[in-house]
Structures are given as C-alpha cells and as structure tokens.
Design a protein around this ligand. Sequence first.
Ligand SMILES: [Fe+2]
Ligand SMILES: [Fe+2]
Length: 285
Amino acid sequence: MMLHKANGGATVSEVDSVASRPLGQGAIGEGRLAFADANAALAQLMRYSIDLKRLVRDRDAVLQQIKTAHLSALNLLCRAAEFRDDDTGVHMDRVGALAQLLTLRIGRSAGEADLMRMAAPMHDIGKIAIPDAVLKKPGGYNAEERAIMNGHTRFGAEILGQSDIPLFQMAADVALTHHESWDGSGYPQGLRGEQIPWSGRVVALIDFFDALTMDRVYRKAFSDEQALTMMEAQRGIKFDPQMLDTFMHHVDEFIHLRDDINAAERDHGALLRGDAGQLASELGL
Ligand SMILES: [Fe+2]
Ligand SMILES: [Fe+2]
C-alpha cells in the first residue's frame, strides 16, 4: 500500500491507525506512531485549515469586487443607452423592479427575481447602436427604418452575450426576445409561445405596461385603466395568457410599487433641482 508522508512525520495510515485506536492503548514500543507525533500532525492539519479559511475569505472578497465591478459596468451601460433614447432613467428602474415582482409572482425563485431586477433595465441597450437619424426621427418609420430600429434586439444580445455570467446571459435573452409575441408575430426571430424565454415574456409585458402609463414626448400617459384594457386585448397575441392572468391578479401590487418608485424619484429629483423647500412642505416637514 502507498503511504503519503504528511508534514514529513506521520503517514496517513499512521494517523488513521492512531485515530481509530481506543485512548490509552499507546503504541510506543509497537513500532507505531507516538501520541506526540499525532499531535504534531493534528497541529499541522489545523494550520492547513486556517490557511484554507484565509484563502476562501480572500477569494470571496475578490469575487465581491468582481461582482461590484460588473454591476457598475452594467449601470453605466444602461445610462449610456438612456442618453440615446427618450426613455428616462426612472423607466429603467421601474422595469427592473416590476419585472422582479412578476418573476416572483409567476413562481420563479428569489435568485432569478434578483437577476431579473438587474437584467430587465438593459432590455433596450442595443439602441446605442442605432443611428440618431433613425432613433430620434419624429413620426413613423418606413420599412427600412423599422428594420434598422428592430435591430436593437440583436445588437443588445450581441453586447450582453459576450459574458457568460448568468446575469448577462439573462440580460442577453431579454434584450433579444422582449419584442417577440406569444402568437409568433413579433421580432427578431418570430418565436412563439414557450419558445420565447420566460424572461423575455416577463419584460415584454412589464415594458408595455410601463411605457403606456408614462408620459412620452409625443403623447401623455394612458390611465391605468386604459393600459390594462389594452393589455387584455393582447392576451394570447402579444402576451403569454397565463402570465397576463398572474399580472392582472396582482395588479394592485404592481401599481403600488410603480407609484412608490415614482414618488421616490420625484423626491430625489426635487432635491437635485434644489426645490427641497417645496418638497419639505409637501411632505409636511
Ligand atoms: Fe425594445
Ligand atoms: Fe422600455
């Protein structure tokens, strides 16, 4: 049998034999390991264990730094995309939070919901690759411009798909499929039903709801009631019917969450604009 020398002293089989021997049955004089040697081996093992713990701690700290760096990069990417579009940052925040909530309500894990919160705001990141002449063109698009604009899905997936980190994989799926429709009439691939990743179906629904209920440069926001009616009209056409049912079932929760985000943003904006006095009086301070 092969014996491995541990610490230049006890061999593995010697340590095993000491460990399995009842106390008091010393082996001195039997050609076996003395207790003193066993203690030295034990002390060495403890030192290994302490070193290992330190290594794990260092590794965790590095992983945390990498995670933070990824999140900041992601945030910067989102902000960059915002500058190209007339969507405001708060749309990104709302889509992230509302998509996180829907992910939970359709029964996915809390971990997936956390990823969704960060992945969903990147759905339109591909717009940074669309020329201004198309992106900022007022009025409707002709067929050629429409095709260029629709390309934001593939551009987004290309940008985000470079990383094999799960968050970016989810974000790439969302960017690619958030304009697919349940009945197969969407783009860019014309996927239908469950061919569309669940993450893309979640963001399609939330993005639609949020876009309708916010003011745009070219129109005022629709009321919640109007928006919900418009969503119902898309049951089984644009939206996964079961997912739409779940959304409608919890719609009050979604509306509350959106209003909370808007209020927080308004307060934050007021502070930034310096009209803190007005804010304070509104808040009754
Ligand atoms: Fe989009
Ligand atoms: Fe959007």
